[in-house]
Write a protein that binds this ligand. Structure first.
Ligand SMILES: *Cc1c(COP(=O)(O)O)cnc(C)c1O
Length: 426
């Protein structure tokens, strides 16, 4: 596989962009090698600058549920841009997207649109603090909620990939109100709530954690968090930036039947454009300015092009889509399990609804430490073996597989065949 043009572009990029990338995990630091520079996407495939084609299992880290450039999303975005790219004034499209979100997500009565998941998570926490008059937030080790200061503590994937626990530049002051607890550990949650309860503004989690590979909540754990929030008066916040519109149309809260006060959305909701959202109970959301005192704003928030693309994508989310995603996920998971078994490679092919993950470990993970202890060097070899065979996996063993409906049965077959070959070399 010729990668000469990508190598040259990476060289050029490093001269003017820190590390050559605009988001760290794109740089292949944890798997080694040169990142592929992408020229275009076509349905299930990425095409790099050298013309190599890859079946895409990353899909922009989740947003592209239908693969690259679905006609409906493209038409909606092109149509919108012809009417103007931004107004800094309200538009009808924002109402339609808000209505679509409220319709889909059980806990959301009102919603505000922002530009990134980071912004949505940061704003949801400010709202929880503003509404409760409390300071502290309970966060789980390895859960990622964007890179705002208070949330960039033991934050999984991107940070874990770099091997740094938090980040220089995050002050003790910003981090000291963040209480850390291991995932799936009821005793630790109960103890933290006992100690900090009177000052706990929010209990925040990824209900389906997908930034420390994939570590599903154990039976009843989300309901337990609901009960702990009720008992302490803390706001339960589900970060569904990945799980929203993916594990089910109404996200993990629909799948598991547990309702948070606030929900953070991103990725799929923007149809591949910079758009995210946070929403929840009306009385809580009405604490936001200008209805209430908690300030939150954005020049490009509710951008008409992003809104049109997001709305077009949400309108495509039928039951058939989730059924098809399930079939694609089944094919990938079963095929990968068979490949690793046949090769005698100890691997956990993790799966929760329409998300999957590959972890080279003897047992299924319960919490972040289990994922950190897995064989990440072996993941790097698996990643490169697959890449050479035209399959684009996430360049880090802390990340998941994001199936899309653009993958045909024949595509799944090709991926499984590649995995079978690579597994024998591990
Ligand atoms: C990606 C992600 C974010 C951050 O979203 P950005 O748009 O990258 O800022 C927050 N939470 C979760 C669970 C995510 O996966």
């Amino acid at each position: 596989m010729d990668t000469e043009i990508s190598a040259r572009l990476f060289e050029r990029a490093r001269a003017v962009i820190p590390g050559g990338v605009n988001s760290p995990v794109r740089a292949f630091d944890s798997v080694g090698g040169t990142p592929r520079f992408i020229a275009r996407g076509e349905g299930a495939e990425l095409v790099d600058a050298d013309g190599n084609r890859y079946l895409d299992l990353v899909n922009s880290w989740g947003p592209l549920l239908f693969g690259h450039v679905p006609a409906e999303v493209r038409e909606a975005a092109v149509d919108a841009i012809g009417r103007g790219s931004s107004f800094g004034a309200p538009t009808e499209g924002e109402i339609a997207l808000a209505e679509a979100i409220v319709d889909a997500v059980p806990s959301v009565d009102k919603v505000r649109l922002v530009n990134s998941g980071t912004e949505a998570g940061m704003s949801a926490i400010r709202l929880a603090r503003g509404a409760t008059g409390r300071r502290k937030l309970l966060k789980f080790v390895g859960h990622y909620h964007g890179h705002s200061d208070a949330l960039l503590v033991a934050a999984g994937s991107g940070v874990a990939t770099l091997g740094i626990p938090g980040s220089p530049g995050v002050t003790d002051g910003a981090a000291e109100d963040t209480v850390l607890v291991p995932w799936n550990d009821r005793d630790a949650v109960a103890e933290a709530v006992q100690v900090h309860g009177h000052d706990l503004a929010a209990i925040l989690c990824e209900p389906v954690p997908a930034n420390m590979n994939l570590v599903a909540p154990e039976d009843g754990f989300l309901a337990f968090l609901r009960a702990q929030a009720d008992a302490s008066g803390a706001v339960l916040v589900f970060d569904e930036v990945i799980s929203g519109f993916r594990v089910a149309r109404g996200g993990a809260q629909q799948l598991h039947g547990v309702t948070p006060e606030l929900t953070v959305l991103g990725k799929i909701v923007g149809g591949g454009f910079p758009l995210a959202a946070f929403g929840g109970r009306a009385e809580l959301m009405d604490a936001l300015a200008p209805a209430g005192p908690v300030y939150q704003a954005g020049t490009l928030s509710g951008n008409p092009v992003a809104v049109a693309a997001g709305l077009a994508q949400l309108r495509l989310l039928t039951d058939d889509v989730y059924a098809r995603l399930g079939v694609v996920t089944d094919g990938l998971v079963d095929g990968l399990r068979t490949a690793f078994d046949a090769a005698g490679v100890p691997a956990q092919v993790l799966r929760h609804a329409t998300l999957a993950g590959v972890l080279f470990a003897e047992t299924a993970p319960r919490r972040y430490e289990d994922v950190a202890a897995a064989d990440h060097a072996r993941y790097a070899r698996f990643f490169h073996g697959m890449l050479e065979r035209g399959v684009y996996l996430a360049p880090s063993g802390y990340e998941v597989i994001f199936p899309s409906t653009a993958l045909s049965d024949a595509h799944v077959e090709r991926i499984v065949t590649a995995a079978d070959e690579v597994a024998r070399m591990l």
